[in-house]
Ligand binder design. Sequence first.
Ligand code: NAD
Length: 354
Amino acid sequence: MDQPEFVHQPLPVRVVFGNGVLGRLADEVDALGLRRVLVLSTPGRRADAERVAGLLGERAAGVHAEAVMHVPAEVAAEGLRAARAAGADGLVAYGGGSAVGLAKMIAKGLGLPVVAVPTTYAGSEMTPVWGTTEDGVKRTGHDPRVLARTVLYDPSLTLGLPARVSAASGANAMAHAVEALYAPDRSPVVSLMAEEAVRVLAAALPAVVRDPGDRPARSRALYGAWLCGSCLGVTTMGLHHKLCHALGGTLGLPHAETHAVVLPHALAYNASAAPGAVEALRRALGEDDPAAALWALTGELGLPRSLAELGADPARLDDVLAQVLAAPYANPRPVEEPGLRALLERAWKGSPPA
Ligand code: NAD
């Protein structure tokens, strides 16, 4: 059989991985020719961001610890003002997808290069996708200027990430890899990375949850998260991401936990139309039924398994359904109402995937 046709376009991100690599941040900033970088974080990580600014010495133009999940428009506008006022010529995003998301919106406005130091498993640092929220509506888009130039993955920085946040963030990451396996624009290299990502995370996350201070498990989990983010950055996501986007936007559900609840159901929906992905996931998870295995993993990680637990109002599920049907993402199986309704009902109740 011929090798199926593909296009592979890797993204130009320099990745530096290892315990203690935060110590190389100043060198990496110098290598980009930057002299005044603004350090960004969420308010909760301000002390860490100050420490990062300390490591940068004169290269730090200040700390702006105002990042908020899903980058509300006013938070983005305030970030732009802060970067201008500081005379910043670059940005260092320290933290999870919220800090990286703010850096992206500033980069989009001012064209400043981004250096990312991710401390969760969300994966935004590996993608050219920006997002912002206005009046409860999230807008996203692609822009090469928002892609991080350099990413420093230092697993030792993740030791303090609480077990629950780690588990949810890891499940969010796995969703990128699972959907990359059936993405229309996947390549053989992406499929290898995605399979490895699921294998690595499925093994590491239970160990991280048992002992958040388990250094080898943290290191493996962050490696898996990098792979997941890399898959996300170069492929088009399907039904699962569309559903989570609609659920998050319409019902205000927590981002990472929503991914954890929906993923087994979205995979079960798509399995019959994505045999190659199912084969790869069987190898990665060591189980015959990958959707059931992911559902079992969610339980093992102590994550919520129902949208009801997340506070979803069942009366609004029809709105979510309508949104997804109106503009479905590329998906291996056609997105049709009866199947989708059944999927949402199971996810709402927390029933096993079918
Ligand atoms: P987050 O950045 O808000 O972090 C989650 C929580 O973990 C926060 O409370 C944060 O303060 C805390 N935290 C982070 N690092 C910590 C550490 N080392 N120790 C202790 N606590 C720590 O959320 P997230 O899950 O990382 O990212 C979600 C956001 O990222 C969403 O807005 C999502 O839309 C976006 N996202 C975007 C992309 C993209 O490609 N554009 C991809 C994935 C996620």
